[in-house]
Write a protein that binds this ligand. Structure first.
Ligand SMILES: NC(=O)c1ccc[n+]([C@@H]2O[C@H](COP(=O)([O-])OP(=O)(O)OC[C@H]3O[C@@H](n4cnc5c(N)ncnc54)[C@H](OP(=O)(O)O)[C@@H]3O)[C@@H](O)[C@H]2O)c1
Length: 293
């Protein structure tokens, strides 16, 4: 929280978790009415980041949020992949809150292989979401903690053509061999990912990285919200965050509406993409992100 723990926060957070637990169980949690007392302005601004996630009804359309913590020069990790840590503790807490409020947290194969993340909610009260490793070629090491530790339900999404049943038998995660996960351009198809997860009852999705994965969801118009936490650090050269096809003029560039929330030394941009021109409910044109990476 911007100015440390506030009196009203624990009760508000507990109420939000209760509604999310009902949604995850497929039950309607009732209308969300925020009790404002006990939070000052900064606490209210922080909590407003979570309200769109709390307000999702069990059968409402799928909803996708992504987060990246990046340097002032636009990198999410050093050139050899070190990202511990780009942003500060308040942004880490924020990411764990997003995990607690979403049905599923998704990471790309690069992140799973390099960071070996747990993807649990250990920094905040809340139940772990389903963990999703998006790995079309089934290249993530079998020893990856997320594939072995049974800390939460875990799905390992691979393209049907690259799936090896013998490999699947050696992990605790459930393997989903998905037909058409890899699009004609050789990159995963985010619409297929969303469709597969919705079929598993997972409708509120958190894309936690890395840059390639978030960029793909963004380029296909599937993000409702994008959180970019800017840290006061310069990396010089490293792994890029968002990458989209080049624009010729500034007028052509995506300039989503957003607001900022201070998270300690970091500044979090909360972009609402739900009304963006490129936004897709499932029929949008996929652009070639890979050629720009
Ligand atoms: N600061 C943050 O917010 C944040 C968040 C998450 C991750 N990260 C950092 O971002 C980096 C990863 O992001 P990313 O954009 O490169 O990838 P990503 O989006 O996590 O995953 C997709 C990419 O990973 C590659 N890949 C597949 N299997 C791999 C393997 N076994 N080892 C390494 N790469 C593999 C894929 O290459 P192919 O297309 O060739 O298969 C694809 O380009 C890591 O350094 C991680 O620490 C930072």
């Amino acid at each position: 929280m911007s100015n440390g723990p506030q009196a009203g926060w624990p009760g508000l957070w507990a109420a939000a978790l209760q509604i999310v637990a009902l949604r995850r169980a497929g039950q309607v949690g009732g209308a969300w009415a925020r009790p404002l007392h006990g939070l000052d302005e900064s606490g209210g601004e922080l909590f407003a980041l979570y309200e769109p996630l709390v307000c999702r009804a069990p059968q409402s359309p799928p909803w996708v949020i992504a987060h990246l913590g990046q340097s002032l020069d636009g990198f999410i990790a050093t050139h050899n992949g070190d990202s511990r840590f780009v942003t500060g503790s308040q942004d880490l807490d924020h990411m764990h809150r997003l995990r607690a409020l979403c049905d599923a947290v998704i990471v790309g194969a690069g992140t799973a292989a390099i960071d070996d993340p747990l993807l649990t909610t250990r920094r905040v009260p809340g139940t772990n979401p389903t963990r999703v490793v998006l790995d079309p070629m089934q290249r993530v090491p079998l020893a990856a903690r997320v594939l072995q530790d049974r800390a939460a339900p875990t799905l390992w999404l691979c393209d049907e053509r690259c799936h090896d049943p013998a490999v699947a038998a050696r992990v605790a995660a459930r393997v989903l061999a998905v037909p058409g996960l890899t699009a004609a351009d050789g990159v995963f198809d985010a619409q297929v990912v969303r469709r597969v997860l919705v079929a598993q009852g997972l409708r509120v999705l958190f894309v936690e990285g890395g840059g390639v994965t978030v960029s793909r969801f963004l380029a296909q118009g599937l993000l409702d919200r994008l959180h970019v936490a800017l840290a006061p650090v310069l990396i010089g050269e490293g792994r890029r965050g968002v990458r989209l096809p080049a624009s010729s003029t500034m007028a052509d560039c995506l300039r989503p509406g957003g607001r900022i929330v201070r998270l300690g030394d970091d500044v979090l941009w909360d972009f609402d993409l739900s009304a963006s021109p490129g936004r897709s409910e499932g029929t949008g044109r996929a652009v070639d992100v890979r050629r720009t990476m």
